[in-house]
Design a protein around this ligand. Structure first.
Ligand code: RIB
Ligand code: CA
Length: 311
């Protein structure tokens, strides 16, 4: 199997951390070129520390971590520590990781990595506010045509919003960045809440992870326990959706995801609906669409892939 060259842009964050552990574990399938971090769930210094911490648990200090934007393009930062804990990693024991961040900043690292490789060969998973990718596209517009698919966790249509009535957090936190990315024409596959709400850490799946005796599975089990607590506390129910892991699981097993070509536009004017994703399926020329929206997920199959990697 040829490995997929991949940049992961994230704001760890409990579910970002699960996504990273899956990606680091999928050594045969993914060639992780870089992790870039951004302010989001918690501040930029913490998301960078958390990416390094998860990297150390996974034993993957071979992968560089680049620190990215500490604030959205236009709006003030909106953190979500109520969902991720003060550290950003729930109750996972926090320590100062051994290996430092890589020199240079995230947006430039994205430009350098993609522009120095053949067009269409580098994919990207974006699991936080899209600030770093927007900055990279502003710096080097040719990126839009060279970057392989960008797998985005963000947006919502059928499910409504999770941070406001009509907006999902990643897009709401930096709507101007999202707007720039989707207008750039870069190829995207978008896993909104319509998709990620189908992929939940149910009690039997949490138990299955707890039965696996590997460092990654033990960390995921602890992250799941915290996610269950926040779901029970803030939303209701005992099965937290696995938003960010869906981007990695899509890259590993796209056959379990159903997507359709859409025109996706982002609200950047109205305070009431800021960050809303208007997802239009009725296209004059579906073949011309650069965005594909995931509508259905075979969640049983996807969790089987997750367990296989953690083992
Ligand atoms: O809406 C879910 C997204 O917001 C996830 O990426 C989660 O980590 C939070 O950032
Ligand atoms: Ca995230």
């Amino acid at each position: 199997m040829t490995k997929t060259p991949l940049i992961i842009d994230c704001d760890p964050g409990v579910d970002d951390a699960v996504a990273l552990l899956l990606a680091f574990g999928a050594r045969e399938a993914l060639d992780i070129l870089a992790i870039t971090t951004v302010a989001g769930n918690v501040a930029a210094d913490l998301t960078a520390r958390n990416a390094r911490l998860i990297r150390q648990i996974a034993g993957r200090e071979d992968v560089p971590v680049y620190v990215g934007a500490s604030a959205p393009l236009v709006r003030p930062p909106i953190i979500a520590s109520h969902f991720h804990g003060e550290s950003g990693l729930g109750t996972l024991p926090v320590f100062e990781p051994d290996a430092p961040v890589a020199p240079g900043e995230a947006a430039q690292a994205i430009v350098d990595i993609v522009m120095n490789r053949p067009a269409g060969t580098v994919s990207m998973a974006v699991t936080g506010p899209m600030t770093n990718l927007a900055l990279a596209l502003q710096r080097e517009p040719a990126l839009a045509a060279r970057l392989g698919p960008v797998i985005v966790m963000g947006g919502a249509r059928r499910e409504g919003g999770n941070i406001t009535a009509s907006a999902e957090y990643n897009i709401h936190a930096d709507p101007h960045a999202a707007d720039l990315v989707f207008r750039s024409g870069v190829k995207t596959v978008v896993l909104g809440l319509d998709a990620t709400h189908q992929v939940r850490a149910t009690p039997d799946r949490v138990a299955a992870v707890k039965a696996i005796d590997t460092p990654a599975a033990k960390a995921v089990a602890q992250l799941f326990d915290f996610a269950v607590w926040t779901e029970q506390t803030h939303v209701g129910g005992d099965s937290p959706p696995q938003h960010d892991p869906c981007t990695i699981l899509y890259l590993l097993a796209p056959q379990h995801f159903t997507a359709a070509p859409v025109d996706l536009q982002v609200e950047t004017q109205s305070a009431l609906t800021m960050g809303h994703t208007a997802v239009e399926f009725r296209l004059a020329d579906p073949a011309a669409a650069t965005c594909r929206w995931v509508t259905d997920v075979d969640h049983e199959a996807v969790f089987a892939v997750m367990l296989e990697i953690l083992a």
